[in-house]
Write a protein that binds this ligand. Structure first.
Ligand SMILES: CCCCC/C=C\C/C=C\CCCCCCCC(=O)SCCNC(=O)CCNC(=O)[C@H](O)C(C)(C)COP(=O)(O)OP(=O)(O)OC[C@H]1O[C@@H](n2cnc3c(N)ncnc32)[C@H](O)[C@@H]1OP(=O)(O)O
Ligand SMILES: CCCCCCCCCCCCCCCCCC(=O)OC[C@@H](O)COP(=O)(O)O
Length: 377
């Protein structure tokens, strides 16, 4: 193990990274709160400010992936579609089997210049995660309870609001609705069988209603669906903790651009179309398993320096006062103050560990474990 690698695996480094993320995140959340009065005067200005503030948070996580861990992200796509990425609104359909798949998505958002404005149809529980969840509130992220009777109206209303969004955005949809586990796969294949649908090997059966409502609500706003299939080389199972430890992974993403006009308007036909799409995605994964690559040429955008610059900026800004505080603390010699500070730091570390836990598959919800959704998480 090299010296740098050894340094990256040190707990103290992780503490410093988490401190910068936590404190900068809370400052940015506060600044986002201050944009509320701006909404009353100019909604579009408030949205533009929030895009930039959100970038300051999400790009720190991208910097961990791109610059700290040095993870390589390779894009397989059609050279004719490539120039359009980042220059139009799009609905992104992605497989959901990895703990950091959202972060790989963010990395591509960053490289195509839409990181600050990127959106997702997320489970409601994530809205309560400090920093990221609070940031999403100001970004007009669409939340769902994964109960169609309740979601049908709220999801449609939230999507309609994006029609006049001032900057290009990608809207991410994990149609599988939950992360892949062998148990969930088995249950969803029972559902597929009962519905007379072909079985999938690498994906859960997609939930079609959210896709249909998204396509219908964003018709005329989004130009295309980006069908995206992600995998990692050498059967790597990447984790956020692995990234923090400086572990380098190798992500491969296959993106096909499908113009929105090609997607049927009728709900039933749209559902059939999505099932067919997932059968194709399954065949791409099979190809990957056999050959170690996706079909088509590689057109990888290079990483940009902005996420690193943003990270260094916040680190410099926040580490200096921390240094001063620590010096004062030690020189004060007060046992009570030192014990209280250690307690605050421990509580903050536990908080961050809980946030990281949100990304872990072993802590996944029960949704999809039974044919009739449990919706208890
Ligand atoms: C190019 C790079 C990428 C760029 C990335 C861009 C942007 C990034 C931005 C942000 C990144 C942050 C990432 C955060 C991640 C957070 C993501 C999540 O939270 S995922 C979970 C929430 N999202 C979803 O669930 C979306 C998919 N779901 C849907 O669309 C659902 O339809 C729904 C709208 C949520 C409604 O849910 P409900 O459970 O009520 O579903 P349905 O009515 O659809 O389901 C009932 C239907 O399904 C059948 N059924 C029953 N059991 C199962 C089962 N186990 N598997 C499959 N199907 C099942 C049942 O028989 C019903 O069938 P039918 O419809 O025929 O009646
Ligand atoms: C600079 C970096 C510092 C790192 C330290 C702090 C990191 C804190 C990170 C918190 C990230 C919280 C974002 C959560 C995104 C989780 C995405 C996800 O994968 O959600 C799961 C759902 O899709 C489905 O849920 P399940 O039904 O599978 O259950």
């Amino acid at each position: 193990m090299g010296l740098l690698q050894l340094l990256k695996s040190q707990f103290l480094c992780h503490l410093i990274i988490c401190y910068v993320f936590l404190v900068s995140g809370l400052i940015i959340n506060l600044l986002q709160l201050c944009t509320l009065p701006v909404w009353l005067v100019s909604k579009q200005l408030a949205r533009r400010i929030n895009i930039r503030l959100a970038y300051c948070i999400s790009s720190q996580m991208v910097a961990i992936l791109e610059w700290w861990s040095g993870t390589e992200c390779t894009l397989y796509t059609d050279p004719k579609s490539y120039p359009l990425y980042g220059k139009e609104n799009a609905i992104v359909v992605l497989n959901h089997a990895f703990e950091i798949d959202f972060l790989c998505g963010w990395t591509f958002c960053e490289r195509f210049g839409v990181l600050g404005s990127s959106k997702v149809l997320a489970k409601k529980q994530l809205a309560y995660v400090p920093i990221i969840g609070w940031m999403w509130y100001f970004l007009e992220i669409v939340f769902c309870k994964r109960k169609w009777e309740e979601d049908r109206r709220t999801v449609n209303e939230s999507l309609e609001k994006l029609r006049d969004y001032p900057e290009n955005f990608w809207f991410l949809l994990y149609c599988e609705g939950t992360r892949f586990t062998p148990k969930k796969h088995q249950v969803s294949m029972q559902v597929a069988e009962s519905k007379g649908l072909s079985k999938l090997k690498y994906h859960l059966l997609p939930r079609t209603k959210g896709f249909w409502v998204t396509v219908q609500s964003l018709r005329g706003t989004a130009a295309a669906v980006y069908d995206s299939t992600l995998n990692f080389r050498n059967n790597e199972m990447p984790t956020l903790l692995g990234l923090l430890n400086g572990k380098k992974y190798h992500a491969d993403l296959y993106v096909r651009r499908i113009p929105l006009e090609l997607i049927p308007e009728d709900e039933k036909e749209c559902a059939e179309w999505l099932h067919k799409l997932y059968q194709e995605k399954d065949s791409f994964q099979e190809h990957y398993a056999k050959t170690g690559r996706f079909p088509g040429p590689i057109m990888s955008p290079p990483r940009r320096p902005w996420s690193l610059i943003n990270w260094l900026f916040w680190s410099c800004l926040l580490l200096y006062p921390l240094g001063l505080l620590l010096t004062q603390l030690i020189s004060s010699g007060s046992v009570f103050t030192i014990v209280a500070s250690v307690a605050v730091c421990s509580a903050a570390s536990l908080g961050v560990r809980w946030m990281i836990g949100q990304t872990e598959i072993k802590r996944a919800s029960n949704y999809g474990n039974k044919e009739v959704s449990l919706n208890n998480n």
